[in-house]
Write a protein that binds this ligand. Structure first.
Ligand code: FES
Length: 157
């Protein structure tokens, strides 16, 4: 059975029909439009571009910028670098888990937040640091972290 995701992915990758060398561009296009590349879309890309599904899966899992699960409206990037670790990143992560119900790599059930871990954000003097979309929040503690997340969640309603 063809799903709407498959149909949409097939439409999006039409310009790459029979062009295996442009697999990555085709996948980028699908991710830009759908926000991620689910299994059904991977199958459609494989068929249109003309490569085995195993190759598409391999590319999607190899490059960290491709996602196979939906992303939230806001992306949290928690710094896991040394300075942040020493100054309590673990406590910030615990606060995120308590507030959102998800940890690293997860998306909150309401679809508002996706949580990622990153290496040094280059703001070590502000450790522990959390980046939310394009904004950097520093010198965090659990209380401050929860307050920020609640504020964003309120505005997302
Ligand atoms: S270690 Fe976290 S910003 Fe550098």
């Amino acid at each position: 059975m063809t799903t709407s995701t498959e149909t949409r992915a097939a439409e999006l990758t039409k310009p790459y029909t029979g062009r295996p060398a442009e697999l990555i561009q085709a996948l980028h296009r699908v991710q830009t439009e759908l926000g991620y590349i689910p299994e059904a879309a991977q199958a459609a890309v494989a068929e249109t571009v003309g490569v085995p599904l195993s190759q598409v899966r391999g590319v999607v899992t190899f490059y960290h910028f491709f996602r196979t699960t939906p992303v939230g409206r806001h992306t949290l990037r928690l710094c896991l670098g040394t300075a942040c670790h020493v100054r309590g990143a673990e406590l910030v992560l615990k606060a995120i888990r308590e507030e959102l119900g998800v940890g690293l790599g997860g998306t909150s059930a309401d679809g508002v937040f996706t949580v990622e871990g990153v290496r040094c954000l280059g703001a070590c003097g502000l450790a522990p640091v959390l980046m939310i979309d394009e904004e950097v929040y520093g010198k965090l503690d659990p209380k401050k972290t929860k307050r920020i997340l609640r504020g964003i969640r309120e505005n997302a309603k």
